[in-house]
Design a protein around this ligand. Structure first.
Ligand SMILES: Nc1ncnc2c1ncn2[C@@H]1O[C@H](COP(=O)(O)OP(=O)(O)OP(=O)(O)O)[C@@H](O)[C@H]1O
Length: 283
């Protein structure tokens, strides 16, 4: 049965969520989260921390144990919720956006004509040329069309699994501003897993820090920024916080393949400066 989230505040509640993959390995361990309606959450963690696993479970694409995930009071897997949009790798790889097809046809195929104002706004914000043919566009242009397709229907929950890597800085900034306006103007909630923190410091309302399938810390962003009050700018504050988390996580995880030298961290001279020239090995 497909249910709609129309009359429910889009809160995401996760309780005692543990998940094992088919091969028996641990995916998630005892995850607890409570993300309020209209929040914008950044999901932070090193490669392999469990971000995609969590997003796929929350989206209802994978079956989670009973009573562990609730979206607006409903189970996203059992109720196959309408209004939950998950944009991740499978969606990015969809072959249709590489065929010789024009943009208006593509947008119409995902319901664009039912939401003409949203369609036109997205075309504008993502700077899409309606004359493009999809087999002959750049990766970033293709991604912009895909984003317009993915965001067209007015979702209530948006789960983004790093899908902005191909966007130039201005397109990404416009896209993130659009998402922020959405959460400020209608009942909807966003969780965004990303490694790219440029110009993101003002964006999130909440942070979730994952490591080895566990949520190490989560909460309103102010809580974390308070801990980092002495950092100079907003951007370096978020960047430095995440760099600190990832270094701690690497230390906690320990060496791979039984070799000590692979788990060392390198001081890049501060994230704000992108000090690639000043790498110094730490013990
Ligand atoms: N189907 C699977 N079976 C077994 N292990 C898996 C499976 N899918 C993922 N994993 C493992 O689960 C862990 C978490 O993977 P996941 O894709 O959730 O990480 P992530 O935080 O999204 O990483 P990234 O930042 O690289 O996208 C990884 O160690 C991965 O190897």
């Amino acid at each position: 049965m497909t249910e709609s989230l129309d009359n429910t505040p889009p809160a995401i509640e996760v309780q005692n969520l543990s998940y094992k993959f088919q091969d028996g390995s641990n995916g998630l361990e005892d995850v607890l989260l409570s993300l309020p309606p209209n929040s914008r959450t950044l999901l932070i963690g090193a490669n392999g921390a469990g971000k995609t696993t969590l997003l796929r479970l929350v989206s209802g694409k994978r079956l989670a144990p009973n009573n562990t995930i609730s979206i607006g009071g409903k189970d996203p897997f059992k109720d196959s919720l309408e209004g939950v949009t998950y944009l991740g790798v499978e969606w990015v790889l969809n072959a249709i956006v590489r065929t010789d097809i024009d943009v208006p046809t593509l947008l119409a195929s995902v319901g664009g004509n039912a939401y003409p104002e949203r369609r036109d706004e997205l075309v504008d914000i993502l700077d899409i040329d309606l004359r493009w043919r999809m087999h002959a566009v750049s990766d970033g242009e293709r991604r912009r069309v895909q984003l317009a397709m993915g965001l067209l229907r007015p979702w209530k929950i948006l789960l983004l699994d790093e899908i902005t890597v191909d966007l130039d800085l201005l397109s990404r900034s416009n896209f993130l501003s659009f998402l922020k306006r959405e959460t400020e103007s209608r009942p909807c909630t966003i969780v965004y897993a990303t490694h790219i923190l440029d110009n993101l410091a003002q964006w999130p309302t909440h942070l979730v820090h994952m490591h080895l399938g566990k949520v190490k810390s989560w909460g309103p962003v102010e809580q974390f920024y308070d801990q980092a009050a002495d950092w100079t700018s907003e951007n370096s504050r978020l960047g430095e916080l995440v760099l600190k988390w990832l270094k701690e996580d690497l230390d906690a995880r320990g060496p791979r393949n039984g070799r000590g030298n692979q788990a060392k961290t390198y001081d890049a001279g501060g994230i704000g400066g992108y000090g690639l020239e000043t790498y110094t090995k730490k013990a």
